[in-house]
Design a protein around this ligand. Structure first.
Ligand SMILES: [Mg+2]
Length: 327
């Protein structure tokens, strides 16, 4: 761990939360509508009728994962060591505390939760084994509900190999989404972010994520189905960022969300440009805003506008969890 990594990570967390809060009022907006009246600032109300700076499920679950990782390890001289491999039950209990009690929220209220996540947490609350709660059916289990929570993994496991980060990301995701495509998308995002945390350029981050995914595909022979591999094709090409905006979808399907976030980050030159481009794609604006904001917050660490950070709700909670993060 180093202070340099910590400051990049801290900035990524704020970038993620700001992207989420900026996207909340515009969730489900049509792109055509946003191209006529583009989002240019952080505002309140809109889709969920929440005051300005209100963040949603994306940030709540990311904070649960972050706090869990802080609590489950200990600092040695050079490394952050985990007491055991990720315990899904303990993390699922935090998610349940969010969903049922409004813990880890901006204002004590859960106003946004995906159906797949809700179904899995309901099953968990009724005593179903945590390993069996997540959705396996690909027609419903490939939403972005699991991808939205995995940002902290690359920071905590940055001394480790791709295979361990892939395993941890998969376990965090499977609590609610047990599809292979979800796990691979989580790993793509985590490896891209891992590379940025280490100070790499955007294209080096893309190259690193692509070779990590190629490695995962090779070493999980037969486990990753051809359909998932096919869906990842565009992201596995170095010219992915050159796609036109009308070739980038921005719905809640996990591959669309991942593509939209990486594409927005690759095609902009500042934190605010990246987040605004992502949100103005429309669709799942808060999750895409959050994932883009995480990458851009890390990369443009000193460029996050104070006027946006100052408007974020329940900063006390965010700061108290960040204070536990090893550095
Ligand atoms: Mg949300």
């Amino acid at each position: 761990m180093s202070n340099n990594h910590f400051s990049k990570f801290e900035s990524a967390v704020w970038g993620f939360i700001i992207g989420d809060a900026m996207g909340v009022p515009f969730e489900f907006s049509m792109r055509e509508e946003l191209s006529k009246y583009p989002v240019t600032d952080m505002v309140g109300f809109g889709t969920h009728f929440q005051p300005v700076g209100t963040w949603s499920d994306d940030t709540s679950m990311m904070l649960c994962a972050l706090e869990y990782l802080c609590e489950e390890g200990e600092q040695t001289k050079d490394y952050w060591v985990f007491k055991s491999l990720l315990q899904q039950k303990k993390l699922a209990t935090k998610f349940l505390n969010w969903y049922k009690n409004g813990a880890y929220t901006a204002s004590g209220e859960v106003f946004d939760i995906g159906i797949t996540t809700q179904t899995a947490l309901e099953a968990f609350s009724k005593g179903v084994k945590v390993s069996e709660c997540g959705e396996r059916n690909v027609s419903v289990g490939c939403g972005n509900g699991a991808l939205m929570r995995t940002l902290p993994i690359a920071y905590f496991f940055r001394e480790d190999k791709v295979s361990l980060r892939n395993l941890i990301g998969t376990r965090v995701g499977k609590i609610t989404h047990r599809t292979i495509l979800t796990s691979v998308c989580i790993s793509f995002y985590n490896e891209f972010f891992f590379s940025l945390l280490n100070g790499d350029t955007k294209l080096d981050a893309l190259k690193h994520a692509q070779s990590a995914i190629a490695y995962i595909i090779r070493h999980t022979d037969g486990l990753i189905d051809d359909e998932s591999i096919k869906l990842l094709t565009r992201m596995m090409q170095m010219n992915f960022g050159l796609l036109k905006s009308d070739e980038i979808k921005s719905g809640g399907y996990v591959i669309e969300t991942l593509e939209a976030a990486i594409w927005s980050f690759l095609n902009t030159n500042s934190f605010s440009e990246a987040v605004l481009l992502a949100i103005n794609l429309g669709g799942d604006t808060d999750t895409i805003g959050a994932l883009t904001g995480g990458l851009a917050g890390c990369y443009y660490q000193n460029d996050i506008p104070d006027k946006w950070k100052n408007k974020i709700q329940n900063k006390v909670l965010i700061e108290s969890i960040l204070a536990k993060v090893p550095r």
